[in-house]
Design a protein around this ligand. Structure first.
Ligand SMILES: Cc1cc2nc3c(=O)[nH]c(=O)nc-3n(C[C@H](O)[C@H](O)[C@H](O)COP(=O)(O)O)c2cc1C
Length: 334
């Protein structure tokens, strides 16, 4: 039982301390623990080339990334190998850090369990034996704890964006914690209650794995969404029969206020299967992609001609110290 801790914060910062405290809890419950600091790694941002999705959908492949020469494969292997995850990020601009988002994007469609199941099916149906199929470790039941650490209460987007990392890979979030008002370096070591809370979280990840993730109890704040516990509900078009959706799992629901002023988000049995947290909702999304956004219009051959005026319009400004077309590499000095 391996539990991996990822800190997206500073070296020995508050997030690192919290993740390590959670790992101590996991170790206490019998887990083998590993830790990495995302800032030690160089991860290139996704360029949107879609080669991972094409590899999966057309070749039943493993969704290999076209980007090379960075540390992503090393982290990917660790994430695939772990059974449990403790993911900690400082809150920057109400969200997890940009570096975390870079990792999340790299683990997007290529690591989506819905996509991977489809790839497996394509492989079997077409009898493809060449190349690599989806990583079999991706189908293990896994448990995760999310910890967001901020200097104030400007925190609304942090846990939902971190939750997306687990939603994609079908990892069960058994706990999520917002640690607020932690601004100064290492100041979290003065908060025994917060340290105890994350220790319990890491222990709970390991205990959930021992019990079987399907029986795991969620011990975080209940939130609003009855499926993914997200607190963020988006209010959409006023005349839509379902104007409210969960910002993380996308399930539709109804917002009501009780006589005592308590706001509730209710999801009907009919709407539950459409949640992106469930494989049923993911398969539906894949079908929508095939039927709508990836379906070329009949005259798609005109795409280049139609876009020519935009190609000709304005020359992009280039960074001053580099040659035309050359991109910055990690650590490069201007
Ligand atoms: C660029 C930047 C943006 C920040 N934005 C927020 C914010 O929106 N909300 C918040 O609560 N704290 C914010 N903070 C404070 C950090 O989240 C806080 O200091 C945290 O303890 C840093 O974690 P670390 O010690 O692990 O690096 C920000 C800090 C930085 C550097």
């Amino acid at each position: 039982m391996k539990v991996l801790g990822i800190s997206c914060g500073r070296r020995m910062g508050n997030t690192e301390i919290m993740v390590k405290e959670a790992l101590m809890g996991a170790e206490e419950a019998g887990a083998e623990v590993q830790f990495l600091r995302l800032q030690d790694y160089y991860i290139k941002p996704c360029t949107g080339c879609n080669s991972c999705a094409i590899d999966i959908m057309e070749k039943g492949g493993g969704g290999a990334c076209s980007l090379k020469n960075d540390d992503f494969p090393f982290i990917d292997d660790l994430v695939m190998d772990c059974d449990g995850l403790v993911l900690g990020s400082p809150i920057y601009e109400k969200s997890p850090t940009g570096l975390f988002k870079t990792l999340e994007d790299r683990m997007g469609p290529s690591h989506d369990q819905g996509f991977r199941i489809v790839a497996q099916k394509i492989r079997e149906e077409k009898g493809i034996t060449t190349g690599t199929g989806p990583d079999p470790r991706a189908f293990k039941p896994r448990a995760a704890s999310l910890i967001a650490v901020g200097g104030s209460e400007w925190d609304t987007l942090a846990l939902p964006i971190m939750g997306m990392f687990c939603l994609t890979m079908q990892m069960t979030v058994v706990d999520q914690i917002l640690i607020n008002w932690i601004g100064l370096p290492k100041v979290v070591t003065f908060h025994d209650d917060k340290l105890a809370r994350v220790h319990r979280s890491g222990k709970h990840v390991a205990e959930s794995l021992k019990k079987g993730v399907e029986n795991a109890e969620y011990i975080g704040e209940p939130g609003m969404c009855p499926l993914c516990h997200c607190k963020l509900i988006e209010v959409r078009h006023g005349n839509d029969p379902y104007p409210c959706i969960c910002a993380l799992c996308g399930v539709r629901g109804t917002l009501t206020t009780d006589a005592d002023g308590q706001v509730r988000f209710t999801v009907s049995d009919e709407d539950r299967p459409h949640s992106h947290l469930l494989l049923s909702g993911k398969f539906e999304h894949l079908q929508e992609l095939a039927d709508v956004s990836l379906k070329p219009p009949a005259n798609y051959g005109e795409a280049n001609a139609r876009s020519q005026k935009y190609r000709d319009y304005l020359t992009p400004l280039m960074p001053p110290a580099r040659e035309k077309g050359k991109k910055a590499e990690a650590g490069e000095e201007l």
